[in-house]
Design a protein around this ligand. Structure first.
Ligand SMILES: O=C1O[C@H](COP(=O)(O)O)[C@@H](O)[C@H](O)[C@H]1O
Length: 269
């Protein structure tokens, strides 16, 4: 790893010289969390996002992880999904299936994707209902401070505009406090119809990891992590603030290039 550090209450920063280094560190981190979760409560409830994240998880289906990870204990969920058919090019499920899940021995019934044959509103309701059943049967843990699910790990990407999951800047979905899963029909990034975990669910996880690479993410990373002052826009990524859990940022040096800690950027060169 190029650099690791903390940034006040904005979590742990893991900044990497190269994408290859980031991929290895991310795979190590996920594998260690999987081991710890299985030891602690017998399963690993992991939440995926779409976009560039899946490609960055690619080391997981290589040695040693393919053999050392207890894949049979993984339960898979999505932080957001586009309301399209599962075989559609825009589907986050398809992206994860093609890029990761089909390459590791995951138990088929542990993969919890959305119902793609109903409206966005019904898909959100169905997904929340399914998660509520899994919380009741303790396949997913429950938060000690509210009734929300406490996923072992939520993996988020970071949009150039600062969105995480399908929570976009200034969208009313950011204010949702009752529902675990909500829907939108006006996503500024296509496709328009999506479902998304709400902030209370994201912020109840044991660990939230935000993964961002490339120069195009540098401003959003800065606004999410270390921008200060009244002029600073409150982007969705800044609202990721796990209540009792851990927040960790996996960045490459380009995505970290606008962070204000000159020590970080000088050392990275
Ligand atoms: O639309 C989406 O975008 C974000 C970010 O994607 P990236 O390709 O810029 O990493 C992603 O995290 C989210 O799941 C997806 O639906």
């Amino acid at each position: 790893m190029a650099l690791s550090g903390g940034h006040k209450n904005r979590g742990e920063l893991r900044i990497h010289e190269s994408l290859d280094e980031l991929r290895t560190d991310l795979a190590d981190y996920i594998a260690e969390l999987s081991d710890a979760s299985v030891k602690e409560h017998g399963f690993f409830a992991i939440v995926l996002s779409g976009g560039s994240l899946i490609g960055l998880m690619g080391k997981l289906f290589e040695a040693p992880y393919i053999k050392t990870v207890d894949w049979s204990k993984w339960y898979i969920f999505w932080a957001d999904e586009r309301v399209v058919a599962k075989n559609h090019a825009d589907s986050n499920y398809k992206l994860a299936k093609d890029g990761l899940l089909s390459k590791v021995p995951i138990v088929h019934s542990h993969v919890h994707s959305i119902n793609d044959s109903v409206s966005a509103e019904d898909a959100a309701d169905d997904y929340e209902f399914a998660i509520r059943q899994l919380v009741k049967t303790r396949v997913v843990s429950v938060s000690e401070i509210n009734d929300c699910p406490k996923f072992d790990l939520i993996l988020l990407g970071l949009g150039q505009d600062g969105h995480v999951a399908s929570l976009f800047p200034n969208h009313s979905a950011l204010n949702e406090r009752e529902e675990w899963v909500t829907f939108i029909t006006d996503s500024p990034k296509p496709p328009p119809e999506r479902i998304t975990f709400t902030l209370p669910v994201i912020n109840s996880a044991s660990t939230v990891a935000v993964v961002a690479t490339g120069e195009s993410k540098a401003e959003a990373a800065h606004l999410a992590i270390d921008a200060v002052g009244p002029e600073c826009p409150l982007i969705p990524a800044r609202m990721v603030q796990p209540a009792t859990g851990k927040l960790v940022w996996f960045l490459d040096k380009l995505a970290a290039s606008k962070l204000e800690d000159s020590n970080l950027n000088n050392k990275l060169g």
